[in-house]
Design a protein. Structure first.
Lengths: 115, 111
């Protein structure tokens, strides 16, 4: 059964801590994305990766870091430099061709709360 | 930069009504447009993908249209049901393979 998994579902962070959110996909997609969603707002792009060992900053990358060591995995670290990290984090994947067939698929999300 | 707007932000209708959700975008150089459904606290579920060369797509009671030249898409839901209550988001995929999202329309279908 192909899809995207995210863990944990809920995460609590103390001030000054770094935390890492997991995202795994078995859709054989080249591209993976991290979005942040705040209440009543659309999705904002944090980072995206087109291929293993390469990634690009999105619109709100400050205070976040990523790695892409395997095609299936794209973990996101929320560092202590992120001033307001409480939000719902969504991971997605798609093929990476300049094609109208590109369709994005999403994981179930991780809700991060700063204590 | 691509801007995506969804109107209305919220909509409440009685069960059985047909309804239309709107999505507009500023840059018509897109590969496709995707409509999603999001239930509270959940991820996004893809409903329909319209390629740039297509005018519409249908899935069950859902019909999505695309007018690329005017930068508009509509999602038509026929015979709405309480189970349709959710937030509906549209996203456009531009020629750099980035996806831009609207803020969504929160739909409430009353029994």
């Amino acid at each position: 059964d192909g899809g995207i998994t995210q863990s944990p579902k809920y995460l609590f962070r103390k001030e000054g801590q770094n935390v890492t959110l997991s995202c795994e996909q078995n859709l054989n997609h080249d591209a993976m994305y991290w979005y942040r969603q705040d209440p009543g707002q659309g999705l904002r792009l944090i980072y995206y990766s087109q291929i293993v060992n390469d990634f690009q900053k999105g619109d709100i990358a400050e205070g976040y870091s990523v790695s892409r060591e395997k095609k299936e995995s794209f973990p996101l670290t929320v560092t202590s430099a992120q001033k307001n990290p409480t939000a719902f984090y969504l991971c997605a994947s798609s093929t990476w061709t300049q094609s109208s067939y590109n369709e994005q698929f999403f994981g179930p999300g991780t809700r991060l709360t700063v204590l | 930069k691509q801007e995506v707007t969804q109107i209305p932000a919220a909509l409440s209708v009685p069960e059985g009504e047909n309804l239309v959700l709107n999505c507009s975008f500023t840059d018509s150089a897109i590969y496709n447009l995707q409509w999603f459904r999001q239930d509270p606290g959940k991820g996004l579920t893809s409903l329909l993908l319209i390629q740039s060369s297509q005018r519409e797509q249908t899935s069950g009671r859902l019909n999505a249209s695309l007018d690329k030249s005017s930068g508009r898409s509509t999602l038509y839901i026929a015979a709405s049901q309480p189970g349709d209550s959710a937030t509906y988001l549209c996203a456009v995929n531009n020629n750099f393979n980035k996806f831009y999202f609207g803020s969504g329309t929160k739909l409430n279908v009353k029994p």
